[in-house]
Design a protein around this ligand. Structure first.
Ligand code: ZN
Length: 341
């Protein structure tokens, strides 16, 4: 299976983020790429560099205001005397019904939902290459490959059309889905990350051409808190085209696979032309974030179960999954379902 990754996805280096009011080390570390690449190579993936696809595929999902902000925020922020190295929001509009502000301080509040997606000098570069990695994997599938893997980093599923958050800037899975629509009009996105894919849900919430499904730790007491609940089903034309399957904390393989079968039955009923798997592997029992208890074997079963339910064009997009003793092995286990003959 072809896999895509660009070296410049490593440049972005968010030093810390805010947890319970305290700045702590940010686990979305550039070295994640080394672990994940090792895992993908062990599964038999063959890596290629993506090409620069320009802003077209990114702006198919994100607003011009947001793109302009993300591209220039760090430079503008650096002009402020005494400001922090990275852009972090310190004021946010409670409702989004006010004016669009001119100051970078206020725009940071407008475009950043939390303090977990700081913007540094290299964030724009790495976020673009991460998105182009997703585009390249979608293009490989459009050109005839049945499966392709995008080693996206930074991840994307918490980013909505105009808001960064939760380590995410561009929604790589959404970008891949829209790219696939050039040939495959009906796309399902199956998100198996530990956290609800709130950005992806927001982007497609009123649409019936992209079916969004997320299996995740129950957000009632877990990030992203405000979204990911079972009663969020879509709106307008999109009603019935969003499915959330929240799981109790520390759910194991058995509980996860049961929810996966529910998700896949609904995806089968949607009859998609293509599938995007938003592959977070932070549901691992070893993940430092800690929320669910999926084993390495469990990830292989998850991969096998998805592949046997949907054999059509599939793009696998890396989402979360943080450095632990089993990060590489968990990715290998999942991807083997797609690489073994
Ligand atoms: Zn996650």
């Amino acid at each position: 299976m072809k896999a895509f990754l660009h070296d410049d996805q490593k440049c972005h280096y968010p030093k810390d983020y805010l947890v319970n009011g305290v700045f702590v080390d940010n686990p979305e570390h550039p070295a994640r790429i080394d672990h994940l690449k090792t895992g993908a190579l062990a599964a038999g993936c063959e890596f290629q560099q993506p090409k620069n696809s320009g802003l077209g595929p990114i702006s198919a999902v994100h607003t011009p205001e947001y793109l302009h902000f993300l591209q220039h925020a760090h430079r503008r922020w650096s002009y402020i005397e005494g400001a922090s190295e990275a852009v972090v929001a310190d004021i946010r509009p409670v409702a989004r019904d006010g004016a669009y502000p001119a100051s970078v301080v206020a725009q940071a509040g407008y475009h950043m939902s939390d303090a977990a997606a700081p913007i540094g000098a290299d964030t724009w570069t790495s976020a673009c290459w991460s998105a182009w990695t997703a585009v390249a994997a979608a293009d490989a599938v459009l050109a005839g490959d049945t499966h392709a893997f995008a080693l996206c980093r930074p991840p994307g599923h918490h980013a909505s059309a105009e808001v960064a958050g939760g380590f995410c800037y561009f929604n790589n899975s959404a970008i891949a889905a829209v790219q696939l629509q050039q040939k495959y009009p009906r796309v399902a996105i199956l998100d198996v990350d530990l956290h609800h894919g709130n950005g992806t849900q927001q982007i497609f919430y009123k649409r019936d051409d992209v079916f969004t499904v997320s299996i995740h730790a129950d957000p009632v007491r877990f990030y992203p808190f405000f979204w990911g609940h079972a009663d969020e089903r879509g709106e307008g034309r999109g009603l019935g085209y969003n499915l959330n399957l929240p799981l109790p904390r520390q759910s194991d393989d058995k509980v996860f696979l049961k929810a996966l079968n529910t998700a896949l039955a609904r995806i089968e009923a949607f009859a998609p032309d293509a599938l995007v798997i938003a592959l977070g592997i932070d549901a691992s029992i070893d993940d430092p974030i800690g929320g669910l208890a999926v084993s390495t074997d469990g990830f292989h079963h998850i991969g096998q179960t998805i592949k046997s339910a949907f054999s059509g064009p599939t793009v696998i997009v890396q989402e979360g999954g943080y450095i632990s003793s089993s990060l590489a092995a968990n990715l290998t286990a999942f991807l083997r379902a797609y690489t073994q003959k």
